[in-house]
Design a protein. Structure first.
Length: 318
């Protein structure tokens, strides 16, 4: 990686938090809860790291300031921050290097937190699950908060979502396998004490206890406003996103689990359990164990897709 480690990680800068987890694992719910803490703020989902930093991490060639400014002005996700990109780009030269992109993003996050008087500022993007190593390299003092959910409920939620209903199950499971594998193998070992693991089901059952544990690891006091997250959901979720993120506008749904038991077919249950078997064991989710022959065959196709995803991402960041 060619990005310099000279960052603005000065003690006065807000601490960075990155929420990761396979899409539909509860990342938005956790983001909303943490955003409601008086010392924490999260930006709306911008995909900045995935779109601009990750593809340029190992490249010598920069991007022109004018081109980047145009890209960011046309980026509907980035525009949600309501920041002056001209102001942030002013201090950089005409060619923006990979190191500059990291400093630009950090400067934007710092300003976002300072405007709100927060000690912590967070970025949430399930796709950042692909870039755990790169996040630590670019933000070596940041925390990685990983939310985990029963893979069967994740699959059900994905195939019912507006953005995932037309995607083959094999693709959903390949992405799940790759991302979970990447976070569990690299997140714990690289971030160490800065790695925080949260189980979605436990968060539903006892949000007070789980949020207390997170706050303790961050070195801050728990605040009951975190349970009133739905009052501030409009800060991080747009009207368009409410169709698949609507639960953050409601009090916690304690029964929002085990829906796969009635929502997935025997084939779908068998396939997800076969593909992710080692993670069911590692994460202590009980396996139903009703193997279907077609699922047994299909698992090898999913592994092939996972291999292709790994190759493409390695090419993207190396």
């Amino acid at each position: 990686m060619l990005i310099s480690k000279r960052l603005m990680n000065n003690v006065m800068c807000p601490q960075k938090l990155f929420i990761v987890g396979v899409g539909r694992s509860g990342t938005t719910l956790l983001q909303s809860m943490l955003n409601s803490h008086p010392e924490i703020c999260f930006t709306p989902e911008t995909h900045f790291f995935k779109r601009y930093i990750a593809p340029n991490i190992s490249k010598n060639k920069g991007i022109s300031k004018q081109k980047l400014q145009t890209l960011l002005k046309e980026d509907t996700y980035f525009s949600r921050l309501n920041v002056s990109i001209e102001e942030h780009l002013e201090r950089f030269s005409s060619i923006i290097s990979n190191k500059d992109l990291v400093e630009l993003f950090e400067g934007i996050l710092n300003q976002y937190a300072e405007q709100r008087g927060k000690m912590f500022v967070g970025d949430k993007d399930p796709m950042n699950s692909n870039f755990v190593n790169q996040i630590n390299h670019c933000f070596p003092k940041s925390y990685l908060i990983h939310i985990i959910r029963d893979p069967r409920d994740v699959l059900l939620s994905r195939i019912r979502s507006r953005w995932g209903k037309n995607t083959p199950i094999s693709i959903h499971l390949a992405e799940h396998y790759f991302q979970l594998d990447n976070i569990l193998n690299n997140g714990k070992s690289i971030f160490r004490k800065r790695y925080i693991e949260v189980y979605y089901e436990r968060l539903l059952e006892n949000p007070y206890k789980q949020l207390q544990l997170i706050c303790r690891k961050l070195g801050i006091e728990y605040d009951n406003e975190m349970l009133n997250y739905h009052n501030l959901s409009d800060e991080i979720v747009t009207k368009e996103e409410k169709s698949w993120k609507g639960n953050v506008s409601k009090p916690i749904l304690r029964n929002n689990k085990d829906k796969w038991k009635s929502g997935l077919s025997k084939y779908q249950v068998s396939l997800v359990e076969l593909v992710l078997k080692k993670y069911f064991v590692l994460l202590e989710y009980p396996i139903q164990g009703q193997n279907v022959l077609l699922a047994f065959i299909m698992q090898f196709y999913v592994y092939l897709i996972t291999f292709i995803i790994r190759l493409k991402l390695n090419k993207k960041v190396n």
